[in-house]
Design a protein around this ligand. Structure first.
Ligand code: SAH
Length: 391
């Protein structure tokens, strides 16, 4: 195996189990690794540190093991089995009310570069590293062994997430079996998920618990769900007894699915969906809503976009806080990894000050238990939410 030797002192983060080696930390590479190869990482004094996938870029090695073990079929299968056991023990796998969950959350499950979402009988894999991409067949086979007949297909949706420079020709395809876009259950609510045409792996599984909280607060309120995608929050608000629910998303397809999702859960319900730009919609609202949800896409995907992103968060939140009815509740989120918890809170604080309303924080929200954060990799905490009571 190719040997990577770190500069003096650069072993510290690996000794604290952080799973990334930055290219700037490397002193010498003994051998010439191809992208995605497994490499062994050593300190300058030749002590073994870890094994990981090599890739050209600022993160040069993504660690898969801190022990010098054989990385074979059994190694990967054991990792997936551990992820499955964990989901089972937190009441997610094998739950008749919720058959959609994240099985593997990258670094959070000791598998940097790998996402696996389960939609009832279909697993959708999304690889973010060449190393994981190259072993996708092995991973699919392990999934099949773990789930048995419960699983009918494994779909690979990595075309947009694998660095294109690597030229591995990633395309979206079934790598085992075949299935149709399906209706899944989340806390008993029905949602149609299309992993082929939909965004991400098809559904924003990470908002499950936060949707439940919306259900709790929705009774007799007029609800506006902005950046609603396929209506996740809207369905929960309706189940919670909302007086009316308006869903807004710029994607026509998402709005179509929102209407379908509402229809498959309720008959004759006070809901309307609009395929319009959220910024324009927010500019037009008056004080007709007393529960507003703002769940925008990641405004900053890279550090360079941070300043503009914070401005955008401030702008939409100021708008919502100014217009919400007295006694109204605002659920506001950021899923940008580069926006820190404090920075997001600061942006919302500035928004409140612009609106000059009395605002209290009721809840501080984050991602759910099937999107765990590896304690040695705090960067894995990406979803931030605040629930505000606006006087
Ligand atoms: N709340 C959703 C997930 C939101 S993802 C859920 O619970 O499932 C972000 C959504 O914002 C996407 O559906 C995307 O289509 C939409 N979006 C992006 N830019 C937008 C804009 N300018 N106006 C309205 N919607 C937008």
């Amino acid at each position: 195996m190719v040997k990577i030797i770190l500069k003096s002192g650069k072993e510290q983060s690996l000794l604290r189990f952080h799973p990334w080696v930055f290219s700037g930390a490397i002193k010498k590479i003994e051998g010439s690794p191809a992208e995605g190869d497994l490499v062994e990482v050593f300190s300058v004094s030749n002590d073994f540190l870890a094994i990981g996938h090599y890739q050209v870029g600022s993160i040069a090695v993504r660690i898969v093991s801190f022990s010098q073990v054989d990385i074979n079929d059994l190694f990967w299968k054991t990792k997936l089995q551990k992820a499955f056991q964990m989901r089972k023990s937190i009441g997610l796998a094998e739950n008749p009310q919720t058959n959609v969950y994240r099985l593997v959350h990258g670094e959070g499950d000791g598998l940097p570069g790998l996402i696996i979402d389960i939609y009832n009988d279909t697993a959708v894999m999304q690889m973010h590293s060449i190393g994981m991409y190259r072993i996708r067949e092995q991973l699919a086979k392990a999934l099949k062994d773990i789930y048995g007949d419960q699983l009918v297909a494994v779909y690979d949706k990595s075309a947009a997430t694998i660095p294109f420079k690597a030229n591995v020709g990633a395309k979206n395809e079934y790598i085992w079996g075949e299935s149709q876009p399906a209706e899944v259950l989340e806390y008993g609510n029905k949602f149609r998920v299309d992993w082929i045409e939909g965004q991400k792996t098809g559904f924003f599984i990470d908002q499950r618990e936060n949707r439940k909280l919306v259900e709790f607060y929705a009774k007799d309120r007029s609800v506006l769900n902005v950046f609603g995608y396929t209506g996740g929050f809207s369905v929960y608000a309706l189940r919670g007894g909302a007086k009316l629910v308006h869903s807004v998303d710029s994607s026509e397809k998402a709005i179509e699915l929102t209407n379908q999702n509402v229809a498959s859960n309720f008959t004759d319900t006070p809901h309307e969906a609009f395929a319009v730009d959220a910024f324009e919609y927010l500019n037009k609202i008056e004080n007709q809503y007393d529960l507003i949800i703002l769940d925008p896409p990641a405004f900053a995907k890279h550090q360079s976009a941070l300043k503009n992103a914070l401005q955008a968060y401030k702008r939409i939140n100021a708008r919502a806080i100014s217009k919400i009815k007295p006694g109204g509740i605002l659920f506001t989120f950021s899923c940008s990894q580069v926006v820190g918890k404090e920075q997001f809170r600061q942006a919302v604080f500035s928004a409140a000050a612009i609106a000059k309303r009395e605002v209290r924080i009721l809840h501080q929200l984050t991602q759910p238990s099937d999107h765990p954060v590896n304690i040695y990799h705090p960067e894995g905490e990406y979803l931030k939410g605040l629930v505000l009571y606006v006087e």
